[in-house]
Design a protein around this ligand. Sequence first.
Ligand SMILES: *Cc1c(COP(=O)(O)O)cnc(C)c1O
Length: 403
Amino acid sequence: MSTMVKTPNKEGYFGEYGGSFLPPNLQPVMDEITKTYEGIRNSPGFKEELTALYQDYVGRPSPIFYAKNLSKKIGGAQIYMKREDLNHTGAHKINHCLGEALLAKKMGKKKVIAETGAGQHGVALATAAALLGLECDIYMGEVDIAKEHPNVIRMKILGATVIPVKSGLRTLKEAVDEAFTAYVKDPVTQFYAIGSVVGPHPFPMMVRDFQTIVGLEAKEQFAKSPGGLPDNLVACVGGGSNALGLFTAFMDDESVKMHGAEPAGKSFKTGEHAATMTLGKPGVIHGFRCYLLQDNEGNPSPVYSVASGLDYPGVGPEHSYLKDIERVEYTTINDKEAIDAFFELSREEGIIPALESAHAVASAMKLAATLPKDRTILLNLSGRGDKDIDFIVENYGKEYGIA
Ligand SMILES: *Cc1c(COP(=O)(O)O)cnc(C)c1O
C-alpha cells in the first residue's frame, strides 16, 4: 500500500483529486468556511454539541445486526450490518446535515440551501434546519417534484421552501445549477450544504468527518466479537459519504478489505449506468476533480440507476484517490441484482432496505459466496426502503408476486 492521505493538502487535494474550481468571487467565502471549520472541528464545544445531537436526536449509536438467516442461506462468510436505516429520518444523511447546519449556525448564517434529487438530502437538511432554527431553501427539478411527492410534502411540513427548477431536463443537474446560482448571489447570509463527500474543498473532508461516527461506533461494537475486526467492509457509492463514513475508522487496519459498490444500472451503455469509478476518467465537475463519466469534451455524461441516490456522474475525490492507491476495491451491481437483494433482505431478515443500500447488500451477498464461513463482512445499511415501496410495486410488483 502506498502512503495514505487522510487529510487533504492545503488546497484540498487527495493525491490529484479534489481542489476547488470556483468563480474568483466565491473562493474567499469557501476559504472562510474552511477556516471556521478547522477552528472548531476539534473544539470541545462543537464536538459535544454534535455528539449530543447524534445521541439524543438521531438515536446513535446505531446497532450492528448479524444477518444470520441471510448468511446461512448463502453458506459463505458471515454478514453483519451497521443499521444506519434506524436513524431518525431513516438514513445516514442526517449525520452530515446536522454537522453542516451546526457549522452554518456557528458562522452566523441565516439560511441553509441545497439541491435535492429524490428528496432525501432535502428532507435531512430541512430536519436539521428546523431543529437548529435556520431557514431552508431546497432546489428541486419539476420532474423530481412530481415523482417524489411524499418527500416534497415532508420538506414543506418541516418548514422548508421547495423551489421548483424549470430549466433543461428539470432534474438533479439543473437543480444543482440553480441552487449554485442562488448561492453565488448571497453567500454571506446563506450556507450551501452539500449532500455528499463531493464539491469544492473543504466539503469532501468535512462531510466525511461528520460521517466518521459510523465507522468509529462499528469498530467499537465489533471489537467485542471473537475476531475483533471485520475482514471486509462493504458500502454503496454514489457521491461516497456513507462508504467513507464506515471505512475511515478502519483505514489503517491493513487486514480489513474495503469494497465500494457502484450502480451498473441497466447496462454499461452511456446513460444507462452510473459506474463512475469503473468507467470514468479524471475530470472536473461542480468545483472539484474526480473520476467522472464524461464525453469527449469533458462534459458530464447522463447517468442512470434504479436508486436515484446513486446516479451521479462524479464521485468523491477521496474515493478517486483510494481507488488509485488500491486501498478500496470498486465493483458494480446492476439494477436486477439490487432489486433481488432488496427482496432477499426483506424476506430473510425482515428489513426493507433503501434501493441505494440494496446495492451494498447485493455486493456483500456476492462476496460472501466466495469466502469461507469463518470470514466476516460488515456492510453499511445506509437507509430504509419505505421511500421506495411505491416504485417497487409499480415496476417490479408482477415479477416478485406482490401486484
Ligand atoms: C443519498 C443516499 C446514498 C448515496 O449517497 P452517498 O453519499 O454515496 O452515501 C446512499 N444510501 C442512501 C440511503 C441515501 O439516501
